[in-house]
Structures are given as C-alpha cells and as structure tokens.
Design a protein. Structure first.
Length: 290
DNA sequence: CAAGTGCCTTTATC
DNA sequence: AGATAAAGGCACT
C-alpha cells in the first residue's frame, strides 16, 4: 500500500519516530516496524511517498497526524529565532495519535527514566503480558490490555524492570479496567477537564497527564514540561519570567506543582493553540544538540 | 573498567 | 505553600 503525499504536506517519518514521543518503533534497514493495538506493520518513506504493509491508509493518516495542517501549525508557533531554528531543523516532525491506554502506561513508566530504559520496560511488559505476533519472520508483542495487567501481580510487573512504578501501573490498570476511565470521553472533552480526570490516576502527575493528552488524545495545546524543556526555558526564554523565579528553578532538580504550572502556562500562552508541537520541536532539538 | 551521574517525576511527609 | 526525601535500575560517561 502506498500514500502519495502532496508536496505541501511536509512529513518526516524519521523525525516523527525518532523524537522520543513513542517507544515501540524500530528501524530495520529502511523499514520502520511498529506495533499499534493488535497489529504489527511496517512503513517507509521514499521522498513524498509512504509505503506500508499490514495497515490501511486511513489508519496511517490518523496515527501519524497527517490530518494536521502542519504548515498552519508551524507558522503559528514560529514566534522567535530559536523556535524557528528548531522548525527548520526538524520540519516534518508530527505529533502521533498513539493508543491512549498504552500511552498512559508508557508515561507512568517514563518518570525518572531515560528513553532507552523506557523502551526496555515497555518491551518487557509486552513480552511478558502481551500476545506474540510473527511478522516478516520476526517476533513482536502487542501491548497488554488493562485486563491483562490487572491480573499481573506487582512483583511480576516489577520484574519487567518497572521498579517502584509497578504499583502505579497495577493500580491504574485496575481503575481503568473498572471503567473509571473512558478514553473516548477524554478526547471529546476540553484540555483542562481531561487533564483533571487523568490526574486522579496513581502515578499520573502534571507532566505525565500532559504527555498523554498531547501524544494520544489530540490535545495539541498541551505543553509537557520535563527537564529538557526546563533547560530550554532557562536558556532561551528567561526574559519571560522574573529573575528570582528563574534562579529558583535553576537551583534545584525538580519542579513543584506551581512552578510546573508557571512554565506550562508560559508555553501555552506564548506558542498558542499548538504549543504541544512547539514543545516537541524544542525538546528534540535540545536533546540532539548535546 | 569501575564508579558516579542522570534520567521526558510522583508521592509522602513535614 | 513550599521544601525535602525516597523510590528501581539501567544507560551513559
């Protein structure tokens, strides 16, 4: 199967899958292999063409955010020279529409871990509790649905190298399974409301909630603030804050809730309705400019 | 190569 | 409200 992108579409499969928003993609030669829901599929980009196997075009468009008007989004977030530079470097990077359940568990696990560690945890969970699927002669594992993780003991979860996160994953799985969380409902409700509901889940704080909202629920105004974004603000956006406040957050490692909210509100009001796109460009640029 | 540092933070407690 | 500590374990240097 093939999708021919229009020349104005602007999409980079590599930037989109390398920027750290998703943890389940691997490139083998020129094909990207991924598991989404129950399906394994592969995809590659050749110029303006996307070729893929074992998925349909509508799914691909939805998952890779190809329905977003990227030209419009990028023109709205280009507010200064620095963001301009990140956009020029990674133009074509798009926000995925990941599976909300997998995204929620992934970002609960992501606290205080680096990306390779997160990938490892999600792989371990899938291998231990998901279904094996053979595709192109290789083994893949689907991400376990809530009912599977409900049955898992915290000890078994911890063995997937989740550590102290096992408890949060287990308790969140139980609550999701008991229908305390309807992802469909969350995507239809405004950002603030959806965020509040997510914050009720164990292991979900402001940062995790914002990631789930942005990467799986289509809330493009969400602006997750992690250590990298904090660094970006301290480097390029200090003049938007009081000196005293900047000194305070630079002097310590983690942010309090109200400090988080100040940085988050800056991102959303400065970059606008597509602040989440700005966040991801800034994040990826900062991480790759070591 | 060993040891130290840091990791897309949250929660509990004071 | 705000500060502080604790919580796996792995990857990177």
């Amino acid at each position: 199967m093939k999708i021919q992108l229009s020349p104005s579409c602007s999409f980079s499969l590599d930037f989109t899958l390398c920027c750290g928003q998703a943890f389940r993609w691997n490139k083998q030669s020129e094909w990207w292999y991924g598991v989404v829901g129950e399906k394994v599929f592969k995809i590659r980009q050749i110029g303006d063409a996307l070729e893929f196997e074992n998925a349909d075009a509508n799914f691909i468009k939805g998952y890779f955010g190809l329905n977003d008007d990227l030209q419009k989004i990028l023109s709205q977030i280009r507010k200064d020279n620095h963001i301009e530079r990140t956009v020029e470097t990674f133009k074509g990077l798009r926000i995925l529409r990941q599976d909300p359940w997998e995204c929620l568990i992934s970002y609960i696990c992501a606290t205080y871990k680096n990306i390779s560690g997160i990938k490892q945890m999600i792989f371990n969970l899938s291998k231990r509790f998901g279904d094996r699927v053979v595709f192109d002669g290789c083994n893949f594992y689907t991400f376990p649905p809530p009912e599977r993780l409900v049955k898992a003991t915290q000890k078994e979860l911890a063995k997937c190298s989740l550590g102290y996160r096992a408890k949060y994953v287990s308790e969140t799985a139980i609550r999701v399974h008991e229908k305390c969380l309807d992802f469909e409902h969350l995507s239809n409700v405004p950002y603030e409301k959806a965020r509040e509901e997510l914050l009720d889940f164990p292991g979900v704080g402001l940062k995790v909630a914002d990631c789930v909202l942005l990467f799986s629920l289509g809330k493009l105004e969400a602006f997750p603030v992690d250590v990298w974004i904090k660094r970006v603000i301290l480097k390029y956006y200090v003049n938007h804050f009081r000196k005293k406040f900047m000194r305070k957050i630079s002097s310590k490692k983690s942010l309090t809730g109200s400090e988080y909210e100040k940085l988050n509100l800056f991102g959303r009001s400065y970059f606008g309705d597509y602040a989440g796109y700005a966040q991801e460009y800034l994040y990826h640029y900062e991480r790759t400019q070591r």
